[in-house]
Design a protein around this ligand. Structure first.
Ligand SMILES: Cc1cc2nc3c(=O)[nH]c(=O)nc-3n(C[C@H](O)[C@H](O)[C@H](O)COP(=O)(O)OP(=O)(O)OC[C@H]3O[C@@H](n4cnc5c(N)ncnc54)[C@H](O)[C@@H]3O)c2cc1C
Length: 356
């Protein structure tokens, strides 16, 4: 069977790339082995326009945020699912210093930073214990990633575009003379790797400056807590699927396995016991690795020395905003040779990737 593109992986990257290519009239085969704890399955699914203790704008957010609203809305319409909700993050200042830092940034960042009025600030005392006021980050997005993965998978299955098995790179043949790749019974003009942390081991891309970052999340039932907001005080509470809340996360660079830890659960419980004034029940505890990298910029485009092979990976902590945008940019590059942002284009690693 012949298709235009083989895509390995159906996380955020593979979903948006396959959707873009199909929308452009191309044929695809997505190869994805079902796994319970991938980055996209464990993620909270938020786009926060600011970051860090200095509360600065995240990279390219002015472009990424409106693009994401549009992309998730359109994909959602195709699979009859609401995938995106505009929301705000209530930032409960944990110390007077953090309150001061927010107040200082407020006039410099009026697009995203706001102060709730006194009445709204006080109204959250019923749910939370806090002494130093609340800042508001708005707009922020809540994305329903679980529904997106499940329903896009169903779409691919219904159109016979999904191969549910583990991709074995040893069986891929680059037929340079015919300008195509062959994989088992399939051939394609190109193959694009959207395989998250598993892709770190691929011989073609394993020299990229990847970093694995483990992250955990507690899933809890918090009856009565409004589902219209995100709540942050060190940890973040996010409305999640099935009426539950996602609570996390941590960033761990040194670990022996990708299992949930007792230490993280204990830390979250201690924090919730102090912060929340209403009862909660923990229902689950998840962990996964983020496909991050040293530069904090994604890997997008065609292999500098093998044009039959491409990549969309390295989304790190920001896959929700980066994946839709760069899946579109990669599609435009594949179809019309339009340039990829040089800070994201994997061509910047031409020398590093020269050996293979
Ligand atoms: C705890 C946590 C919280 C997060 N919260 C957020 C957040 O709020 N906002 C945000 O923007 N980002 C967040 N992230 C980061 C985000 O999840 C990632 O950037 C994003 O999901 C990466 O998507 P991906 O498609 O590259 O990888 P993945 O989601 O890992 O998808 C890769 C897919 O490829 C498949 N695959 C891999 N190898 C093979 C193979 N050989 N054969 C077949 N299939 C294969 C896997 O099964 C998987 O389905 C979070 C991550 C974690 C861990």
């Amino acid at each position: 069977m012949r298709v235009d593109y083989i895509i390995v992986g159906q996380g955020l990257c593979g979903t948006f790339l396959s959707w873009n290519l199909l929308k452009a009239g191309k044929s695809v085969l997505v190869i994805d082995a079902p796994q319970p704890f991938t980055a996209t399955k464990v993620a909270s699914g938020i786009i926060n326009p600011v970051t860090g203790r200095r509360i600065v704008r995240t990279w390219m957010i002015e472009d990424l945020l409106p693009f994401a609203i549009d992309a998730y809305t359109q994909l959602g319409q195709q699979i009859n699912t609401t995938l995106v909700e505009e929301s705000s993050i209530l930032d409960f200042h944990p110390t007077p210093q953090m309150q001061q830092a927010f107040a200082e940034r407020l006039p410099q960042e009026p697009t995203y930073l706001h102060l709730p009025d006194k009445e709204e600030d006080a109204s959250w005392q019923h749910f939370f214990r806090y002494n130093y006021g609340i800042g508001k980050i708005q707009p922020a997005l809540i994305l329903h990633l679980q529904a997106m993965l499940a329903n896009w998978r169903l779409y691919l299955q219904q159109h016979q575009l999904l191969l549910e098995e583990t991709f074995n790179h040893g069986e891929l043949v680059f037929n340079t003379a015919a300008e195509e790749v062959q994989y088992k019974d399939f051939s394609a003009a190109k193959i694009i790797c959207c395989d998250g942390v598993a892709g770190f081991n691929l011989p073609w891309f394993n020299k990229l400056p990847y970093v694995r970052t483990k992250g955990e999340a507690i899933i809890a039932d918090i009856p009565g807590l409004p589902r219209t907001q995100l709540y942050k005080q060190g940890i973040t509470i996010v409305p999640w699927k099935d009426g539950l809340f996602w609570i996390g996360s941590n960033y761990v660079w040194d670990y022996e396995d990708v299992l949930p830890t007792v230490a993280f659960r204990k830390k979250v419980e201690e924090q919730l016991n102090y912060w929340l004034r209403i009862p909660y029940t923990i229902t689950d505890h998840l962990a996964a690795e983020r496909p991050a990298n040293i530069e904090r910029r994604p890997f997008v485009g065609l292999h500098p020395h093998q044009p039959l092979l491409g990549i969309l990976n390295g989304m790190g902590t920001k896959g929700c905003s980066l994946a839709p945008f760069f899946a579109h940019e990669l599609t435009q590059h594949l179809l019309h040779q339009l340039p990829i942002n040089p800070l994201a284009d994997v061509q910047r690693f031409k020398r590093v990737l020269a050996d293979r």
